[in-house]
Design a protein around this ligand. Structure first.
Ligand code: HAM
Length: 435
């Protein structure tokens, strides 16, 4: 049984504790993590995504090129590692750029032009830690790279994300969706946005003044109080999308309608990563105690593979934050997923029995029956108590007398009936009891 530990007075000195914004995942928390991971695996399998794992360290230049030099992630949030060989590496802040790099580096598109890939793992961003925002966190991501530039895939990524949230029994899901256009219509919109903001620059925050030249779309993402009135009156991108982009968005929405996935169009949703084109989306959870920011986000990135040196290749994907999912599940009153108890608990009495126990456990393991023990405990009473707490169906008791006779006691923990059976019939008898 995995229990929440009682805090000891003596602990590690502050200087040796987990770095700010990073956390351990302790055994008593693990059922939540397993639940999320197994559900993601099931969803990925169902929608035909294959698993991929990329290194936690990548060339820092990959993110500068893919995520964008002027983004907060690259400007302020990367953990940089200088190697002895003078390489500049970064702890990955996200998973899409590494997957795109792997797609290209291993010519994955050659074996099958359309690759549906998924991943789970730690990401790192040097952010200001607060509720739902950490420096070390975990993502689960889905990416569809290659094949035709089909709005159906945007819908499928959104659907897989939505289904994962639903399978985790997360309620009050709020999907926001937008299109940020393409190489044709976006520059025109950016110029209109700049023309609109130009007379107001003095009234805008410092960040917005910087974004005005480096990344005007991000003006729409500002959270600063004094910039809100200008945001509200900013020109609407929906009216400025080119025909191809507006048809793409319309078709994505038709797919979502067909699938009964509800959404809200949000023309100010722009995302903090520069590789997106056309569709962008974010999932929020409404309600009290779940105000952690988006639980998932993603979009289309049709220029990313080209930016990394490949041929023009469409792509679309999304990622969920595991810590945020677990926090939402807890806040919404989900109970910790129950651990499946072991079927058999081994109890020993005396030193000789203890020595024999490991071998007996091996025999039971080979027979594919789940088994556990508390070999560090000496008293029979303490071991029986632990067997009860484990919720095991049977206790196997081995003492001096049993060793001498070549037998073992099988005790049914539900009715406390027990019998002595020869060791060479132990597996057969366990199976009979478990039936
Ligand atoms: P993102 O929106 O930066 O997108 O991150 C996706 C999710 O990761 C967020 O919605 C959030 O749940 C979680 N997350 C991000 N930062 C933190 C943090 N500091 N602490 C805790 N959770 C966090 C991406 O990373 C894109 N790569 C998603 C994507 C995949 N786009 C296309 N494919």
């Amino acid at each position: 049984m995995v229990k929440k530990p009682i805090k000891e007075k003596k602990t590690v000195p502050d200087a040796l504790k987990t770095p700010k914004g990073m956390h351990d995942v302790l055994p008593y928390e693990f059922p939540w993590w397993l639940k999320v991971s197994r559900t993601a695996e099931k969803i990925a399998e169902f929608y035909g995504f294959l698993k991929i794992e990329t290194p936690v360290l990548e060339q820092a230049g990959l993110f500068a090129r893919a995520v964008g030099e002027d983004t907060d992630i690259v400007q302020k949030e990367m953990f940089i590692v200088k190697t002895k060989g003078d390489d500049t590496l970064a702890l990955r802040p996200e998973g899409t750029a590494p997957v795109a790099r792997a797609f290209l580096e291993h010519s994955l598109g050659k074996s099958a032009p359309l690759q549906k890939l998924w991943y789970e793992g730690p990401m790192f961003r040097y952010e200001n830690p607060q509720a739902g925002r950490y420096r070390g966190f975990h993502q689960i991501g889905f990416e569809i790279i290659g094949g035709p530039n089909d709005p159906m895939y945007d819908a499928q990524v959104i659907l897989a994300t939505q289904r994962l949230l639903e399978e985790l029994k997360i309620k009050n899901i709020n999907l926001k969706i937008n299109s940020i256009g393409c190489r044709v219509c976006r520059p025109i919109y950016k110029r209109q946005l700049q023309a609109y903001y130009k007379p107001h620059l003095k009234q805008l925050c410092g960040d917005c003044n910087r974004r005005y030249t480096t990344n005007p779309l991000r003006l729409l993402d500002c959270k600063n109080e004094k910039c809100q009135p200008f945001k509200e009156k900013a020109p609407n991108f929906f009216d400025k999308l080119c025909l191809t982009c507006s048809t793409h968005l319309k078709t994505v929405l038709e797919y979502l309608d067909e699938l009964s996935v509800s959404y809200a169009l949000d023309n100010q949703l722009v995302r903090g990563l520069d590789y997106y084109s056309r569709t962008v989306f974010e999932f929020y959870i409404d309600g009290e105690g779940v105000n952690l920011g988006a639980v998932a986000g993603g979009g289309r990135y049709d220029y990313l593979i080209e930016l990394l040196g490949g041929r023009p290749t469409p792509g679309v994907g999304g990622a969920l934050g595991v810590e945020r999912l677990i926090e939402v599940m807890k806040a919404q009153g989900e109970v910790a997923p129950a651990r499946i108890p072991k079927k058999v608990f081994i109890i020993h009495v005396g030193e000789q029995a203890k020595k024999k126990s490991l071998n007996i456990i091996e025999e039971i393991r080979k027979a594919n029956i789940s088994v556990t023990e508390a070999l560090s405990r000496e008293s029979l009473k303490a071991q029986l108590k632990m067997a009860d707490r484990e919720g095991a169906a049977l206790a196997l008791i081995l003492g001096q007398k049993e060793i001498f006779e070549g037998s073992i006691i099988i005790r049914d923990l539900k009715n406390s009936l027990q019998e002595n059976v020869p060791l060479d019939r132990m597996i057969e008898e366990i199976r009979k009891h478990l039936k």
